[in-house]
Design a protein. Structure first.
Length: 195
């Protein structure tokens, strides 16, 4: 009798899988012995299944919580990055190597945002940039090639143009470099688009 009482204090039966396991195999909870009725493995499976069944609601709930607690989420991400700095650097290197087009677009957007901030414009989101490219058929507006596209500012930032969707056109690197800071009409004349 005494032996079973001692075992009960160090071992427990999972109500889901039925296996008898040590107490540290159970997560803390409000049930008997201060642990959950399910062992950690069963609880993980149960939570995954619950998530699969209610995926859309869970995503909406999570997004709402993240939005309401944006500063806490940002602080947690900063702490996580600081604790695992090398891991994130390595991950970023690999991602940049495998996604050169996206990486270049992000870098160009960062530079443009910096300049735009000085000028006082609102910027271009990734979705707006995708929409602009889609509207132009994912082709350069000057030469018509389907290639890596960059953001061309119709009215150059150096001449007072803003970094906003209305002032952005997709252009290949060569055409964007060729246009430089020239006036759009002057450039179109130069390449034979206008007479």
């Amino acid at each position: 009798m005494r032996e079973s009482a001692i075992l009960r204090d160090i071992m427990r039966s999972c109500t889901r899988c039925g296996e008898v396991k040590p107490l540290d195999a159970f997560a803390k909870g409000r049930s008997t012995h201060g642990t959950h009725y399910y062992c950690r493995a069963c609880m993980s499976g149960y939570q995954k299944e619950l998530y699969r069944q209610n995926r859309d609601q869970e995503i909406a709930r999570s997004a709402k919580w993240n939005k309401e607690n944006a500063s806490a989420v940002a602080a947690a991400r900063r702490r996580q990055r600081a604790a695992r700095r090398e891991h994130f650097r390595e991950y970023q290197k690999k991602w940049r190597a495998g996604n050169r087009d996206s990486s270049r677009a992000l870098d160009a957007n960062k530079r443009a945002k910096r300049r735009a901030k000085k000028a006082g414009s609102v910027g271009v989101t990734a979705k707006q940039w995708r929409d602009i490219k889609e509207k132009c058929g994912h082709r350069c507006v000057y030469c018509g090639q389907r290639t890596i596209l960059t953001m061309d500012h119709v009215i150059p930032l150096s001449k007072g143009g803003l970094h906003e969707p209305a002032n952005i056109l997709p252009a290949c690197r060569a055409c964007n470099s060729r246009k430089g800071a020239t006036d759009p009409i002057e450039h179109a004349n130069r390449i034979g688009k206008l007479l």
